[in-house]
Design a protein around this ligand. Structure first.
Ligand code: NDP
Length: 444
């Protein structure tokens, strides 16, 4: 058995009930065989065995009181995966599906994504099985305060800097930051995604979606001589990533015809009216089906995966993990789709990814194409340390340069290791090599 196969087998044996984490490890290790051959010293130093084991995992009780005065208990966690190239950095997810396997898959991906940004950030992730949906602001605040009461012991501007993810937006970050400040009596950049009046960065809200489109524009131009201009685009999800991916795709000349939420999808042949989506999702926090009230000619279909049946040139899955399977991939290919860019983390399952690569689509893996969010979080940390803030244009132009550089690095690395046009392999290898070399230098 090769060393990489042995590590994968050990991971499955050690934590058999974490399929998402196994999937993430297999997906990265699939590309690393040539790296292991080129660097026997990394094999001897156990780098491959060490990188799949988090440096630290913290699991804690989060008790809070609901509006009826009843005590509720959730589980909180933070996985501090790798600090070889900088403080742990990665979001917090509040969703009922959260358990260590999800947080470990996200934390593992985060190591390589953060490495690709070129900024000094290690990898981490955290969250809770708490569901903010349907809770009052008071309940969310009390939950966040209780969550931070424990988390504050483990994080810090130079140790671990959490941010948002599914279910954690500006409101939650505000409550978490307020509590951290009370506990520590210090105002530092301990969280990113903060509001603008208290240390947030311009462009952070838009960063993941905009960054995805900057990456795709560069990739489509270089690999296929194509672009968003005059292309039909489908964007799954209607949260933070999806909304701003749709916005930038339209600004670059694409026509976004469909979006979705966890219940269903809408198709608008005239192009989705994003201002309406923002009202429904960001202000009213309602179902996407409400779109029909504003645009009666649009069509709503029950079932979120129905979105992949809609004909498009470019597909941007921006909702959640494993939302696009092999059948969906076949339909997209049959309908003439030429590019797929992952805005979410691991939205395409392994069979879908293999099909896209086999059929020669431009396929951008999330760890490269959605790195704009964490890159801008890195820029937020820099601004906090300098006690300074850059303008929207300054941050946006840095983001654009970072995304272009991630594409260039990913594409060049793929070529160098014999995986021409395979951005999955390029991103895995480029992200891994930097972290592995830092780990090797630092000893055990
Ligand atoms: P949000 O909570 O803002 O939005 C998530 C969206 O996805 C919601 O519209 C939700 O619908 C929808 N959704 C959830 N499950 C499904 C499903 N099965 N099918 C279709 N839609 C679904 O999260 P974000 O936009 O922040 O995150 C989306 C993805 O992007 C996640 O994978 C996240 O890890 C990743 N990501 C986020 C970054 C960021 O900066 N925010 C950075 C990098 C990656 P509903 O409203 O019905 O729940």
């Amino acid at each position: 058995m090769s060393i990489l196969a042995q590590v994968i087998s050990d991971v499955k044996k050690r934590d058999p009930h974490e399929p998402e984490f196994h999937q993430a490890v297999e997906e990265v290790f699939e590309s690393l065989e040539p790296v292991a051959k080129l660097h026997p010293e990394w094999v001897d130093a156990g780098i491959f065995n060490r990188i799949v084991e988090p440096e630290r995992q913290i699991i804690f009780r989060v008790p809070w009181v609901d509006d009826k005065g009843k005590v509720q208990v959730n589980r909180g966690m933070r996985v501090q995966f790798n600090s070889a190239i900088g403080p742990y950095k990665g979001g917090l997810r509040f969703h009922p599906s959260v358990y260590p396997g999800i947080i470990k898959f996200l934390g593992f991906e985060q190591i390589f994504k953060n490495s690709l940004t070129g900024l000094p950030m290690g990898g981490g992730k955290g969250g809770s099985d708490f569901d903010p949906k349907g809770k009052s602001d008071g309940e969310v605040m009390r939950f966040c305060q209780s969550f931070m009461l424990e988390l504050a012991r483990h994080i810090g501007a130079d140790t671990d800097v959490p941010a948002g993810d599914i279910g954690v937006g500006k409101r939650e970050i505000g409550y978490l930051f307020g509590m951290y400040k009370k506990i520590k009596n210090e105002f530092t950049g301990v969280l990113t995604g903060k509001g603008l009046p208290y240390g947030g960065s311009l462009v952070r809200t838009q960063a993941t979606g905009y960054g995805l489109c900057y990456f795709m524009e560069e990739a489509m131009n270089t690999l296929k001589n194509k672009s968003f201009k005059d292309s039909t685009v489908v964007v799954s999800g209607s949260g933070n990533v999806a909304i701003y991916a749709a916005e930038k795709a339209s600004q670059l000349g694409g026509k976004v015809v469909a979006m979705s939420d966890s219940k269903g999808c809408i198709y608008d042949s005239e192009g989705i009216d994003l201002e309406t989506i923002k009202i429904i999702k960001e202000v009213e926090k309602k179902r996407i089906q409400e779109y029909l009230k504003y645009r009666p000619k649009a069509v709503y279909t029950e079932g979120s995966s129905e979105i992949w049946n809609i004909k498009c040139d470019i597909a941007l899955p921006c909702a959640t993990q494993n939302e696009l399977d092999e059948n969906a991939a076949k339909t997209l290919v049959k309908n003439g789709c030429f590019a797929v860019g992952e805005g979410a983390n691991m939205p395409c399952n392994p069979k879908a990814v293999h099909l896209f690569l086999k059929k020669g689509l431009v396929f951008a893996p999330g760890k490269a194409s959605n790195a704009g969010g964490v890159a801008t979080s890195g820029l937020e940390m820099s601004q906090n340390s300098m006690r300074y803030s850059w303008t929207f244009e300054e941050v946006d132009s840095k983001l654009k340069e970072i995304m272009k550089e991630i594409f260039r690095n990913t594409n060049e690395t793929a070529k160098k290791y014999g995986f021409e046009n395979n951005l999955v392999a390029g991103a895995n290898i480029a992200g891994f090599v930097k972290v592995a070399s830092a780990m090797y230098s630092q000893g055990l």
